[in-house]
Design a protein around this ligand. Structure first.
Ligand code: GTP
Ligand code: MG
Length: 346
């Protein structure tokens, strides 16, 4: 048996090299990720050619080569004894993960974690339950920070139209009416005239104060005015993430005391690569959590996984509709994994 490690930027490329070098019958023994690369250990049934000793010579280099050959044989046997990925239920499952738009890197990470905990024959119920447990571990969740001594300032930032203002309204209703907390609202309004008016109605209905901050100074004043509140929710006008000037201006508003806990709001109806690009653009502002909206508008919630794994940020809330406040859900890792695997809906 011949065993070789192939390193390539993507699984597809590694597989095509394996096929070219070891032939179509090659068996995948192990798959690993390393610094933006995929390493696949593959084997074929072609044996190492026996060592030719000119004139039957022994000793020195020939004995050393014999030992190396024995070592290689024993490594091959050990690797061959582990379940080959392309014959196990895990290989089918890997394709399922890709079909659920989980992304190559996160899918490989999940498969590798599963290999550590699953017995080789695991299938059916055991596989499903371990998948959900391992996937939950990749999806941290954490609600809004709750310092006993307020105010807890929470800012929602993100691309245009993802649902920031609607989500602020949901949070305001939920915290003030349902939890009976003292809530105030701030709307940062520099880029779009009358952005604050969108929250006026909800503030009036709830009888909670709203201030519109047009400069970083007026943001500071609003925070001082609201220092006796339990929660202050800060709405920001949407930004095209192409515009780095607007993002630095937003940063100067949020660079205040007490520092807001900032949630990046992303729509699940947006492609994962666009969400990751938004993360890169907004990342000059410290971001503590991710908040995903519009779950009702996507058939592939798996796209969230890649963003969560790559940004290493926990998810605070999910939203799945326009109703205030009904369509707001505190994120939890296990139900999130179940949603992604199509085992439940919100
Ligand atoms: N289907 C669906 N629509 C939503 C959800 N959240 C918000 N919306 C809708 O998305 C649209 C935009 O929502 P906004 O809250 O104004 O979005 P925004 O991020 O504040 O937009 P800008 O301030 O312009 O950046 C509105 O029609 C909302 O009703 C959701 O979870 N599901
Ligand atoms: Mg808005």
């Amino acid at each position: 048996m011949r065993v070789k490690v192939f390193s390539a930027p993507s699984v597809r490329e590694a597989l095509s090299r394996i096929k070219g070098e070891l032939g179509p019958e090659a068996v995948i023994l192990k798959t690993e990720q390393a610094k933006g690369k995929v390493e696949i250990t593959a084997a074929s049934d072609v044996d190492y050619p026996p060592l030719q000793r000119p004139g039957g010579r022994t000793g020195g280099i020939y004995d050393a080569l014999d030992q190396i050959r024995e070592k290689l044989d024993s490594i091959s046997q050990t690797l061959a004894a582990s379940p080959p990925l392309n014959q196990s239920p895990l290989s089918k499952f890997y394709l399922e993960l890709l079909g659920r738009r989980i992304g190559e890197e996160a899918s490989l990470q999940l498969i590798n974690n599963l290999r550590k905990v699953l017995s080789p024959e695991a299938d059916g119920d055991e596989l499903k339950s371990q998948v959900l447990s391992q996937l939950s571990l990749l999806l941290p969740s954490e609600g809004i920070r709750r310092k006993p001594k307020g105010p807890n300032v929470v800012a929602l930032i993100g691309p245009t139209g993802v649902g920031k203002t609607t989500t602020i309204s949901k949070l305001a209703v939920s915290f003030s009416l349902l939890e009976k907390r003292r809530v105030a609202l701030i709307s940062i309004d520099t880029f779009r005239p009358a952005a604050g008016e969108e929250l006026e109605e909800i503030a009036q209905a709830l009888g909670i104060p709203l201030q519109v901050a047009k400069t970083p100074g007026s943001m500071g004043k609003a925070l001082r005015d609201f220092r006796d509140r339990d929660f202050v929710f800060v709405d920001t006008a949407g930004h095209s993430y192409q515009d780095s000037d607007q993002i630095s201006e937003l940063k100067s508003f949020l660079n205040r005391h007490p520092p807001p806990e900032t949630h990046l709001v992303l729509s699940t109806a947006t492609k994962p690569e666009d969400n990751l690009e938004a993360w890169r653009r907004f990342h000059s502002i410290p971001i503590q959590k991710l908040l995903f909206t519009k779950l009702d508008e996507t058939l592939s919630p798996g796209g969230m996984v890649e963003t969560i794994v790559k940004t290493k940020r926990p998810v605070s809330y999910l939203t799945n509709g326009q109703r205030i406040p009904e369509d707001l859900w505190a994120a939890e890792s296990r139900p999130l994994a179940e949603i992604i695997m199509g085992e439940r809906t919100l």
